[in-house]
Design a protein around this ligand. Structure first.
Ligand SMILES: Nc1nc2c(ncn2[C@@H]2O[C@H](COP(=O)(O)OP(=O)(O)OP(=O)(O)O)[C@@H](O)[C@H]2O)c(=O)[nH]1
Ligand SMILES: [Mg+2]
Ligand SMILES: [Zn+2]
Length: 312
């Protein structure tokens, strides 16, 4: 094989799958990749461009090439390191179902803030629109359109919005991200039936997904472009963002903050804060503000950050 370059389409514990000009091959991860990782957990992510070389044991990743962008989060409640979720993407689509499971503003807002931080363009998709009451979807759309972020309604069941979704994905490298059961895999199957991705059932009691997709995978689309199907997220915590930086990751809050009495207003207790009034006047969605406040609280109590954040 010699030395060659390709794109990582899947990451397993000890090996990755790499697309080498259309052919997907397994490649081992060399121990050297795990040196000098610092506070990062994983050396390689789906979407990474890698250089492979080959020894007696077969192909191995020799080097991860510089990333054009990436999305990361805190690995888990027990592991404060950075987990890189995906690299080198054009856009991320937050897939939320309006019902079964109900739409999670909090999770959506966390992902949007992370994409703002990593400068990844986003689209919010309200799926299962066939199950929604008319006003329900309109209110959600209004909230997100005012962020502003592009919004789209879809139903993998009736086909509403699916063609438009296809147009958005064409020739782009996109990630579909969101809670379990929202319909990520089902929507991708609608656009590329040959992939035959596993679709889950919704628990009849909890009205939640069952974490059917268990690993991220980059799939090429025959119309051009590629899409990453991801496992449903439970918790999403921003990695290495300060409380001060968080304000700028909510464009709607950032916009209003010029009317606050203090330039460095954190919008949670200061006198003369414009957010209070904006909330009364309906200029900011209560869900957006509460997402912000919850994340602010979390970042302030982050032990990694406590040294550089003074208590106000
Ligand atoms: N009524 C309705 N059901 C849908 C729609 N889209 C998906 N579903 C159903 O929702 C269930 C979950 O869909 P999946 O595609 O497995 O959801 P997912 O987001 O991939 O979930 P995970 O892989 O667990 O993260 C399946 O039973 C789908 O048939 C929709 O637009 N309307
Ligand atoms: Mg899935
Ligand atoms: Zn304020």
């Amino acid at each position: 094989m010699g030395v060659s370059e390709g794109t990582v389409v899947q990451v397993d514990a000890k090996q990755v799958l790499v697309d080498l000009a259309g052919e997907v091959v397994p490649a081992a991860l060399r121990g050297t990749l795990f040196e000098d990782l610092g506070t990062t957990k994983n050396p390689v992510a789906v979407g990474d461009r890698v250089r492979l070389d080959e020894d007696a044991e077969g192909p191995a990743v020799a080097q991860v090439l510089p990333r054009r962008n990436h999305l990361s989060r805190v690995a888990s409640g027990h592991d404060p390191r950075e987990q890189v979720l995906v690299a080198n993407v054009d856009q991320l689509l937050v897939i939320g179902s309006v019902r079964q499971p109900g739409f999670s503003s909090n999770r959506t807002d966390r992902i949007l803030a992370a994409c703002e931080w990593h400068e990844i363009p986003t689209i919010v998709v309200f799926n299962k629109i066939d199950l929604a009451k008319r006003d329900e979807a309109a209110a959600l759309e209004e909230t997100y359109a005012s962020v502003p972020v592009r919004v789209l309604r879809t139903s993998a069941k009736t086909g509403e919005g699916v063609e438009e979704l296809g147009e958005l994905l064409r020739d782009q490298v996109s990630v579909l991200y969101g809670p379990s059961g929202a319909g990520k895999s089902t929507l991708i199957n609608q656009l590329e039936p040959g992939l035959n991705l596993k679709e889950g059932r919704i628990s009849s009691y909890w009205k939640q997904g069952r974490h059917t997709t268990t690993f991220s995978r980059l799939h090429p689309l025959s119309m051009g472009g590629a899409v990453v199907d991801t496992p449903g997220i439970r918790v999403f915590r921003l990695f290495d963002v300060s409380a001060r930086e968080l304000r700028d990751l909510f464009p709607d809050i950032h916009r209003l903050s010029q009317h606050c009495q203090f330039d460095d207003c954190s919008h949670d207790h200061e006198p003369g804060c414009a957010l209070d009034r904006a909330l009364d006047e309906g200029l900011i969605a209560p869900t957006r503000w509460s997402s912000y406040l919850e994340m602010l609280d979390e970042l302030r109590t982050d032990p990694r950050r406590s040294s550089d954040e003074e208590a106000p």
